[in-house]
Design a protein around this ligand. Sequence first.
Ligand SMILES: Nc1ncnc2c1ncn2[C@@H]1O[C@H](COP(=O)(O)OP(=O)(O)OP(=O)(O)O)[C@@H](O)[C@H]1O
Length: 252
Amino acid sequence: MSTPILNVRGLVKRFGGLLATDHVDLTVKPGEIHALIGPNGAGKTTLISQLMGELKPNEGTIELAGKPVDDLSTAKRVSLGLARTFQITCLLPDYTVLDNVAIAVQVRQGHSFRFWGNARSEAALREEARKYLHTVGMERRADELVANLSHGEQKQLELAVALATEPKLLLLDEPMAGLGHAESQQMIGILRNLKKQVSMLLVEHDMDAVFALADRISVLVYGRIIATGSVEEIRDNPEVRTAYLGEGEEVC
Ligand SMILES: Nc1ncnc2c1ncn2[C@@H]1O[C@H](COP(=O)(O)OP(=O)(O)OP(=O)(O)O)[C@@H](O)[C@H]1O
């Protein structure tokens, strides 16, 4: 079996008396979309923050493509191929769409945002940035200011910014949040196409999107993974139905 892109073993995070992450084991295989679902407060964001190195676990280990990252900073983890998109968009509103992606390319290349404006390198940066805009279907909006984008377009741009770091593993924190039906369908199409390039851990409440995209699903309840399996296995699991999907409800 090939080495997982992400391998989490026995991860524990305590906030005082609260076990926000309760001995979590989780893998993401190469080319896989692994969805992480669970009710509000289950510990999904806390888990992602530990993967990124923003929160220090109390116990457990995290490996990225076979390499332990437990003692590495967030920046070092990003340079090893980890990227995250946020629930709340985190873009530069006074810059154009293309600038936002070009800046991310520049940062990946090891240059500080401070050097933005270096005319010699800008053309090459912009050319590369257009590639990521194309991937998310936004090349025609390249010269628009971020402040003028719709919520759905901002989500797509945020994805392009994350892709500009050339990740091996993309952590998606509710990419469908706040999107209308048409925008959700568009995002599902983009993520499905992206599968060829990057593995994904998808945290999402929109079950239609999860069922449409996930190769495997893990269900987190009170910090503990109660089940991992295929869409069918999770849909039919009685414990999952009781704890999360709602006993007796039709879920598809
Ligand atoms: N910094 C913190 N200090 C204390 N408790 C925290 C902290 N961050 C999160 N918690 C608690 O840990 C638990 C898990 O929270 P978390 O935000 O990770 O859940 P979530 O599954 O992401 O929820 P949602 O779906 O609403 O985003 C909750 O009970 C929350 O109140």
